[in-house]
Design a protein around this ligand. Structure first.
Ligand SMILES: *Cc1c(COP(=O)(O)O)cnc(C)c1O
Length: 423
């Protein structure tokens, strides 16, 4: 079913196919461990000569079903789920990099990923260079080093809503024979499939639109399976793993080498496993993903157009707007532009706060990307530790309001924004 079926069908049906008499709905396998009757059987599982469940940290039927569904949605060969998006990003780094290695990343990325790259892994000896995603291919190329282990970017950046020019980054990655990894959290596979545009790995925070109801946290890495890790640049894949009695991942598992190592080595050692309960919730909520993303996108476009024409608004950023410089990239890479926009009311930070405090339907929350419309004022919350100058450098203007447009009726959302702007 996986390859040619439409995404709406995969979102409902992929990953779990019950046999006669089995539950119609994916069961929650709330068990840490699994029973066997012979040492030989368990030994084969430990040697990875056979696949099967033995401990939930390394595999669980409910989590497995979610991984299979998500791999089908993105068009990958497989996936591995984590306790959060941050855990997935951390595993991506651990699976590809050692101390002394280097990562090249677009500079417009989620704040949590930025901190992980710029500060945390730096202390472990992995250096990250940030490049303006609008830089020329030559400039991006000039920042690749012999020890660069992957190139990274976000399809639609959080919170600046810029569209990544996949082709430019993918070409550089291909030229240097290094993997290109993309965070596809905001568009989701319903609106963009980065594998179609040259990405080798896709990561997600499942806590956002995938769950979509602000009910469960999770993360995932999906592998397209087209990067050959049997390559001296990646010795961990093509020389014996001493922590796994000398196994050579690229030899034994071929195109599955990345995913097997991520599970048997990185997940084994770091333990950032998704809970079966959260896998159940996310899997269920994914059934409506394509429907929800259509509504998030059409509501966001209408709200962006309303704001653009309102006399009390000085600017609006939404890649779906005809006036947006991002529009050509959105047209090229995205089916629609998802549900997040930013805008600035005239009058600066004070007016922004007054506007936000006047909203009735839209709530102030830190989270984005769920069914309810919400707003955030980064300058006074998520970015308040930074000076105004440093905020401007990261694209956060004092009056900037980030809106996560929900799936309520658009007329009700607009009525709320209108009354708050007029206050
Ligand atoms: C939220 C987010 C993350 C981090 O995910 P968590 O599930 O919160 O750990 C990573 N990337 C993007 C684009 C995000 O929006």
């Amino acid at each position: 079913m996986e390859n040619k079926t439409h995404i709406e069908t995969l979102a409902v049906q992929a990953g779990y196919e019950p046999k006669n008499g089995e539950p119609r709905v994916l069961p929650i396998c709330q068990s840490t461990t699994f029973r066997y009757t012979s040492c030989e059987e368990l030994a084969k599982l430990f040697d990875l000569d056979e696949s099967g469940y033995f401990y939930t940290r390394l595999g669980n039927p409910t989590i497995d079903a979610l991984e299979r569904k998500f791999a089908a949605l993105e068009g990958g060969i497989g996936a591995i789920a984590f306790s959060s998006g941050q855990a997935a990003s951390t595993a991506l780094i651990f699976n590809l990099c050692n101390a002394g290695d280097h990562i090249l990343s677009a500079s417009t990325i989620y704040g949590g990923t930025y901190n992980l790259f710029a500060h945390t892994v730096k202390k472990l000896g992995v250096e990250v260079t940030f490049v303006d995603p609008k830089a020329s291919a030559d400039e991006i190329r000039s920042k690749v080093r012999p020890n660069t282990k992957f190139i990274f970017g976000e399809t639609l950046s959080n919170p600046s809503v810029k569209v990544l020019d996949f082709e430019k980054f993918a070409n550089v990655a291909r030229e240097f024979n290094i993997p290109f990894a993309v965070d596809n959290t905001f568009p989701t596979p319903a609106l963009c499939r980065p594998f179609d545009f040259g990405a080798n790995l896709v990561i997600h925070s499942l806590s956002k639109y995938a769950d979509g109801h602000a009910s469960a946290m999770g993360g995932i890495i999906v592998d397209k399976g087209d990067f050959n890790y049997d390559n001296p640049k990646f010795p961990d894949f093509c020389t014996p793993d001493e922590s796994y009695h000398g196994m050579v991942y690229a030899k034994k598992f071929g195109k599955f080498a990345f995913l097997v190592k991520a599970r048997t080595h990185i997940m084994r050692d770091t333990g950032a496993i998704l809970s079966p309960q959260n896998a159940f919730l996310i899997n269920m909520n994914l059934e409506t993903l394509p429907l929800r993303m259509e509504r998030h996108s059409s509501n966001a476009l209408k709200l962006a157009e309303f704001l653009e024409n309102h006399p009390k608004v000085s600017w609006v950023e939404y890649p779906g707007l005809k006036s947006s410089p991002e529009k050509p990239y959105a047209d090229k890479y995205l089916k629609a532009c998802s549900g997040v926009l930013t805008f600035g009311p005239k009058g600066g930070a004070h007016e922004a706060e007054k506007f936000m405090n006047s909203l009735k339907l839209a709530a102030q929350v830190i989270h984005v990307a769920d069914s309810r419309t919400s707003v955030l004022h980064p300058a006074s919350t998520t970015h308040r530790q930074l000076s105004e100058e440093a905020q401007r450098e990261t694209g956060i203007l004092p009056e900037l309001i980030r809106v996560s447009v929900g799936i309520e009726h658009i007329d009700d959302i607009i009525v709320d924004f209108k009354q708050a702007l007029e206050k």
